[in-house]
Design a binder for this molecule. Structure first.
Ligand SMILES: [Zn+2]
Length: 465
């Protein structure tokens, strides 16, 4: 099957130009016209006049079916990856979880079982390490060899995912020899639990106090601490879901002194704020960790994206219904499942707020939604590029289309939207996954099980960057 995309503007992280793109089978076969200016023969032609042709979005932080606080994140690999496709995202990297006392192997196998035969677009895994011991440290080599080269540890959630500094440091030392990358959820969970307990004791049980307890300084302190530990271990480090100015400053000063520290932020930290947490229990819809911050951090985060102190934007997609799930925390904000839906909205929100909003160029937009994630997470140039031989994960994007985000029309399996009623400019019209059209004009044309496991390369890019 050969598909010719004509008349579009190819937008990549490096630049934009008018060119036709020929897809043959699952990959890009030709860009521009053939010898003598001939139009290549194709089985189908897609007219992209007035539209962008961009590499498919890559969301490197999702939690499909994550067990949390006695319930599960609602999107399955089927519903979550279908929603991703509607939003122009054609690859995800999800987090497999090692349960306390069990092996990394058991956790990874469980996540393979959830995804295989169900995902609608390609997927990879990072590994959440809940225990750092001789057994799990030894297992890391095997996971790197199997294409799961990143390991996430937490300074938050004491008693659940929390690791102490010694455990974190041991895991970091190991990545100096196995080629892996440590990803950190950096908030001081011990201190947060003290403040959260104090607030509840004062009768402050509303979701708003989730944000009060998880102070920005606790994120800044933990971010600086884990970066310093990585420096001592002599390894790169990646900070997930950075939300606070204190944390951004820790990353910026580390990078200024030459440390290979990388960080992502998420749309919720660029477009939502503490104000959203503050409407009684409705605020539970906006409970995630780190929490939403005051809106004066927004311009600082955009600046971080412009200067590359923030390398990319992922979603931390982890949806819980308001009814029946978020409601577990009525009367005690500590019991609200943490997480927000977002995998479907990321590309459009960043186009609207970033490109249309005048914060970033369309090339940087493509970079932060696709190319930088591919480079940092061992997928480039198979993904994240429009180049001959790359996977034909392509989005024909209408930069002028307007639509309104709503739970009534989104495809994520969750009963609310954090962006309900927000009008955005920009929409994915045609979405291709490995050469097959999976979304066209608002209709899903792909299939469950089409998505393949992405065996990713070790994190060389973060070492040579
Ligand atoms: Zn997460």
């Amino acid at each position: 099957m050969r598909t010719l995309i004509t008349n579009g503007t190819v937008v990549t992280a490096d630049g934009s130009y008018r060119a036709d793109v020929l897809v043959d089978g699952e990959t890009i076969a030709q860009i521009g016209s053939g010898p003598g200016g001939a139009t290549p023969a194709a089985d189908q032609t897609i007219d992209a006049r007035g539209k962008y042709v961009i590499p498919g979005g890559i969301d490197v932080h999702t939690h499909m079916e994550l067990p949390f606080g006695g319930t599960f994140a609602k999107d399955t690999f089927e519903t979550g990856t279908r929603a991703a496709a509607f939003g122009g995202t054609t690859s995800i990297v999800d987090f497999a979880v090692q349960s306390r006392g069990k092996s990394l192997r058991e956790g990874l196998d469980a996540w393979h079982a959830k995804a295989q035969g169900n995902a609608c677009v390609d997927y990879g895994f990072h590994m959440i390490m809940s225990d750092v011991n001789d057994g799990t440290l030894a297992e890391m080599y095997q996971l790197v060899a199997e294409g799961v080269p990143d390991f996430k540890l937490f300074t938050a959630y004491p008693g659940v995912f929390y690791s102490d500094d010694g455990a974190i440091f041991r895991a970091m030392q190991r990545t100096a020899t196995n080629g892996g990358l440590i990803m950190m959820h950096a908030e001081n969970g011990m201190a947060i639990d003290v403040v959260a307990g104090d607030e509840v004791a004062l009768g402050h049980t509303d979701p708003y106090y989730h944000g009060v307890a998880r102070k920005a300084v606790f994120e800044g302190e933990a971010t600086n601490r884990v970066i310093r530990l990585a420096e001592a271990a002599g390894v790169p480090i990646y900070i997930v879901h950075l939300s606070a100015l204190d944390a951004l400053e820790a990353v910026r000063t580390a990078r200024d002194r030459g440390t290979r520290a990388f960080a992502e932020t998420c749309p919720q930290y660029l477009f939502l704020s503490m104000d959203d947490l503050g409407h009684g229990f409705e605020g539970a819809k906006f409970v995630c960790s780190p929490p939403l911050r005051e809106r004066d951090v927004w311009p600082e985060l955009w600046k971080g994206l412009i200067r590359d102190d923030l390398a990319l934007v992922s979603t931390d997609h982890c949806p819980f219904d308001f009814h029946g799930q978020k409601e577990l925390g009525r009367g005690d904000f500590r019991k609200i499942p943490n997480g927000l839906p977002g995998v479907e909205d990321r590309v459009d929100l960043l186009h609207d707020g970033g490109v249309v909003g005048g914060q970033i160029t369309r090339e940087r937009w493509v970079d932060i939604i696709s190319t930088a994630p591919a480079k940092l997470f061992g997928l480039y140039p198979r993904k994240g590029a429009i180049a001959v031989g790359s996977d034909a994960d392509l989005v024909i994007y209408d930069p002028a289309a307007r639509h309104t985000i709503s739970a009534r029309t989104h495809h994520m399996d969750v009963d609310y939207s954090c962006y309900e009623g927000r009008e955005v400019v920009g929409r994915s019209d045609v979405v291709m996954s490995r050469g097959t059209v999976v979304v066209r004009d608002g209709t899903f044309t792909g299939r469950k099980g089409w998505g393949q496991f992405l065996k990713r390369a070790p994190a060389d890019y973060v070492r040579q960057h």
